[in-house]
Design a binder for this molecule. Sequence first.
Ligand code: MRU
Length: 355
Amino acid sequence: MTRQTSGRAALRWAVSSAGPAVVLLDQTALPHAEVELACADVPALVAAIQRLVVRGAPLLGIAGAYGVALAAARGDDVVAAAGLLAAARPTAVNLASGVEIALDAWRSNGGDPAAPLAAARALEAADAAASAAMAEHGRDLVVGLVPGKARILTHCNTGALVSGGTGTALAVVLALHTADRLDRLWVDETRPLLQGARLTAWEAGRAGVPHAVLADGAAGSLFARGRVDAVLVGADRIAADGSVANKVGTYPLAVLARHHGVPFVVVAPTSTIDPATADGDAIVVEERDGAEVTSYAGAAVAPADTPAYNPAFDVTPPDLVTALVTEVGVIRPLSSESVRSVLPRTARSGATMDS
Ligand code: MRU
């Protein structure tokens, strides 16, 4: 079960007299309420994924794997359910790969429903271990890059809410805080759905991390005033050439960081690297309902019928990334060769990894 700092799990498998269910902490209700949503079948889980009840790349992979286990436990058409789950959101590679891992387990065990459940549990445990390793590698990297206490800027939400463990970029921030090497966390609000203001500020507050939320457009003034020492973000898919898809608004931060000579660090498990996606142009970026931009909390903030541009992610080219922190070490610079170096042995050559 993916444990949240409050004690409620971001995701858990439950079996009751009503049958099995994937139970989610409803992230759309945070920070106002901690409510759970029980998904008793795959269509309910797919709808929850699309509404961002459950979100963030690693947790989407775990949710997809548990979704396959749910279909198998119910005696549903597992292959069809896997197809629905994998297609629920296109950008985070972990979703499709988590589904595939559980589906492979089901197939290779003669359709035994226990197999995808065990695979989902193993994936969750592996992600927790990856979180812990990334936290250590990332902490050591930042300590080496920034003398004294660091002022870190982050975007979107990358903590325990998105992971089987403590997360990706936020796990590094927590490790810096524990080591007394964090001055302050700057939290981009992350328009339009406010994952920064609603979720990262919630997690930071619970962990006692000194933090402040800013409007996304205010980041430039922070850099101009010399008040950012490093940017730490997560990723939804890293292409074979090192291009990084992450929450829309990440790329402008990378450009600002380069202009101001500030390190821009991506923290992501190797499960987020997709060697089958050649480069940034090949990454499918989810386009979401324009109403997310033209309204706020259900109230219109633009004239009725105003068209909107609402990509959920953007793509940062590898040359703007100072380093990629993975569970197996830090790679820099980011390139096709260095990305290959952290992938399974078959693809390795010219490793530039330090761990
Ligand atoms: O649309 P979301 O909220 O699922 O987007 C999440 C992000 O962009 C995160 O930064 C990303 O998944 C990395 S979190 C480990």
